[in-house]
Ligand binder design. Structure first.
Ligand code: ADP
Length: 794
């Protein structure tokens, strides 16, 4: 703690040193007036000279150039503000009027000279050698005859004059201060003009930067990033830009010379009080953990009450508030860097920029204060750099904060997505198990000679259960694709054969709807290609299934055409065309997104989840192809894609020799003993019913351990092994059986998708996988294949 405080103090010391030396460096010694006379005859005017020193002062007199002056005025140190000045034993008030006199001697031979007049409190008139050369507002002896105004003025000095008699009349009936605070400068004309232009340019650039920056952050806040720090910083920037253009050089008053003093003075004080208040709150929302809420709220409250005072009270009152306010500002100069220092030490986002920015702004504030107390000149260039540095660094703080929050939000979104995906997977997985029983038992009921009226009901039940299964499978599949867990096979495939199978599988659906289902295969396509037959089948059958579903009359045509052929590759166009309801241009944009259907009535009239197309699209994309759609509402749709396949000269390996499901009277597994390892009684019931119907003898074990004890190599010809079971799972049980020399086929039963577990299944020595809910023909085919493979091996 001590070290931290020490380093903080060291940092402040360094800052004050830099400022002190900066001031000493910038200061110049100039001649000063003595007893109302300023002798500048030796001046070269390489630098501008302030007409400072002893001026004659006439209280409650507005001297005119030709007025006789019987007694000389008191000598005062110019620039001079009369409030609280003790004259003839009396303390002068702020309100009143007075004249100042000075005689300036100039060299006879000199450059062209120009005098620049600052603002005075709060109206003035300047005469040189009897002629009025500058004025602000209207000087008068009563409030009624007086008009305050603040504006930069400058005039050229006649080259023939070597003596200037200056009379400056000042009146004030509105401001707490009276008199003049800033020096009058005389200098070479071009230098004075250039100096003014530079000041104006700097102020305008800075105002533009702050204003645009403020608007940018305001836009950011309004358009969604509801971070209060951003809003407060934007308001602070906008409010504070008035301080740049509306005070000191009064650039705004030059651009709009008729601005009412009563408005501008309120704006000047309001922008200061409000600006600091907003900045305090901004710091509080930027680093809430590092700020004392009470301190900042007290300061902001004070600032806002000062703001209210400067809006509603008279200038004579609120202009007095500047002194107590300076105490607040001084506190801020120390407290803000302290907060940023704390934030920096705690490694808050962007705190390093905040710390650097506080150094920048604190130097500006310090320059402003030292200038206000007339210790140093305005040092506009340095302030400019400080301001730009401050606003730039603060913008970095906010940008850093925004990007940090975006990163956090993205991570949360990703986590949410992952959780959702996992939830969907788990749910789908869990649904598959009871579905197994429903589908299995429906099949069994259908085989057990049901009554005619029951057949229809069982059919509906089976259809619904199968439909539900498709949905569950789609969800699982889509999640897998999204999670990037899908891999594609690269094996021989017969595209024409796949298309045939798709048509064969959906023929009945088309016939039921009296729709023609055509297949056209390029006659040149006689060869095989390398690819993933399962996925190609899935895409085509999805498209054809949709086409039939959304066609009421007419036809659905599938075509596969060769686009080009090289020695190695075959570019094919696959197309599914229908004369169905079509898809509007608007819906075409959304139907490829998951869970999206053209309109909500679709699912009611045609069913579906809106996942099919999303899956097809992703499957094709992952293989480098794009799914296109041409459709017109009421006329039909064409879905097509071009896919490049590697050519294969091999014949397709017949993986699935067709095994037909036995008729109810046949007993192809007569007396074959099968060990069924399954913990779910429903699944046991379903499997047992099928197996016994085919003539098999079934022994049941409810976990992997029990299976190890129950297996009898002399009796059992096959094991059906569930993979997820209590005590010992199917993998371990199978592994142990293989290690113990069991060679009979072991078929896994799983609710997972086969390719998810393929590797584990292989390693555990299992021969094949049947997915739950198992369909009787799949179960039968796999059992038959395994048994025949095994007997062939023997
Ligand atoms: P599902 O068919 O399960 O609703 P899909 O992702 O396969 O989901 O299709 C999304 C939507 O696209 C469908 O609901 C339907 O509105 C529209 N659609 C798909 N294919 C066709 C088609 N051949 N004709 C008309 N509309 C279609």
């Amino acid at each position: 703690m001590k070290i931290r405080t020490l380093s903080y103090i060291r940092f402040l010391l360094l800052l004050s040193n830099a400022i002190f030396y900066g001031c000493a460096f910038g200061s110049v010694t100039v001649p000063t007036a003595k007893r109302g006379l300023l002798d500048l005859r030796q001046e070269t005017f390489d630098e501008q000279v302030a007409l400072n020193g002893e001026w004659e002062f006439y209280w409650q007199r507005l001297l005119r150039p030709n007025d006789r002056v019987d007694s000389p005025g008191v000598l005062v140190e110019f620039p001079f503000m009369w409030r609280n000045y003790v004259l003839n034993g009396k303390r002068l008030p702020g309100f009143g009027y007075a004249s100042y006199r000075l005689t300036v001697l100039l060299p006879k031979k000199r450059k062209e000279l120009r005098v620049s007049m600052p603002d005075a409190y709060t109206a003035y008139r300047l005469f040189v050698n009897g002629k009025q050369v500058a004025a602000n507002g209207k000087v008068g002896t009563t409030p009624e005859r007086f008009i305050p105004h603040w504006q930069y003025q400058a005039f050229d000095v006649d080259n023939n004059m070597d003596t200037l008699h200056l009379i400056l009349q000042i009146a004030n009936f509105v401001h707490n201060k009276g008199g003049i605070k800033k020096p009058i400068y005389i200098g070479e004309k071009t230098a004075v003009e250039l100096g003014r232009q530079q000041s104006v340019a700097i102020d305008l650039i800075l105002t533009g930067c702050l204003f645009m920056g403020g608007l940018f952050f305001l836009g950011l806040y309004l358009l969604g990033n509801r971070d209060k720090a951003i809003l407060l910083f934007s308001l602070y920037s906008i409010v504070y830009c008035y301080r740049i253009i509306g005070i000191d050089n009064y650039v705004l008053h030059t651009i709009m010379p008729n601005l009412d003093w009563f408005i501008t003075v309120r704006l000047e004080y309001t922008s200061l009080f409000l600006g600091i208040g907003l900045f305090g709150l901004y710091t509080r929302y930027l680093y809430p953990e590092d700020v004392s809420k009470k301190v900042v709220e007290t300061i902001s409250l004070m600032c806002f009450s000062f703001t209210a005072a400067s809006i509603f009270l008279s200038p004579a009152f609120f202009t007095q508030l500047i002194n107590p306010f300076l105490v607040i500002m001084l506190f801020c100069i120390v407290y803000t860097p302290y907060v940023y220092f704390k934030a920096y030490q705690k490694k808050r986002p962007g705190a390093v920029y905040a710390l650097a920015s506080s150094a920048a702004v604190m130097s500006v504030f310090t320059i402003t204060l030292l200038h206000y107390w007339s210790f140093i000149p305005q040092m506009q260039g340095l302030s400019f750099i400080g301001y730009i540095g401050f606003f730039f660094l603060q913008s970095l703080v906010l940008s850093h904060k925004v990007s940090f929050e975006l990163k956090k939000a993205r991570q949360q979104a990703e986590q949410g997505l992952k959780a959702k995906s996992e939830f969907l997977s788990t749910m789908s997985h869990e649904i598959r198990t009871p579905l197994n029983s429903v589908i299995g038992l429906s099949h069994l009921l259908l085989r057990n000679d049901p009554r005619e009226d029951q057949v229809k009901q069982f059919d509906v039940m089976l259809f619904s259960a199968n439909h539900l299964l498709t949905i569950v499978n789609d969800i699982l599949d889509y999640n897998k694709i999204e999670a990037g867990k899908v891999s594609f096979e690269h094996i021989d495939m017969d595209l024409a054969g796949i298309a045939d199978n798709v048509i064969a599988g959906l023929k009945a659906d088309a016939e039921n709807k009296h729709i023609a289902l055509n297949l056209e295969i390029d006659p040149d396509l006689r060869e095989h290609v390398l690819g993933d037959p399962t996925r190609t089948f899935q895409v085509l059958s999805n498209l054809v299934h949709n086409a039939i579903k959304f066609t009421i009359k007419g036809s659905v045509s599938v075509s596969i055409k060769i686009i080009s052929r090289t020695e190695k590759y075959l570019n094919l166009k696959m197309e599914v065309r229908d004369t169905g309801i079509g898809i509007s241009a608007e819906d075409q944009k959304i139907i490829f997104q998951r869970f999206t259907q053209a309109d909500s009535s679709t699912s009611r009239s045609f069913g579906g989840t809106g996942l099919g197309l999303a899956i097809c699209k992703r499957i094709l994309e992952l293989q480098g192809a794009t799914l296109h759609l041409i459709s017109k509402e009421g006329e039909g749709s064409v879905f097509y894609f071009n896919q490049i396949f590697e050519r294969s000269l091999n014949a397709v390996k017949q993986n699935n020799p067709d095994v037909l499901l036995p008729s109810p009277k046949e007993k192809p597994l007569q007396d074959i003993a099968i060990l069924l390892v399954e913990d779910n009684p429903m699944n046991v019931l379903v499997a047992q019913n099928f197996l016994t119907a085919w003539g098999a003898v079934v022994d049941v074990a409810v976990n992997g351990q029990e299976a190890l004890n129950a297996i009898d190599l002399n009796r059992h010809k096959l094991v059906l092994m569930d993979l997820q079971m209590p005590l010992m799972d199917g993998y371990e049980s199978a592994r142990t059986m293989r290690a113990n020399g069991v060679t009979i086929p072991i078929i896994a039963l799983t609710a997972n998708l086969p390719d998810e577990i393929e590797e584990d299944v292989r390693q555990a020595g299992l021969n094949d996988v049947v997915t739950k809910p198992f369909l009787p023909d799949e179960l039968f085919k796999k059992i038959m294949r395994c048994l025949s493979d095994n007997s062939a091996d023997v």
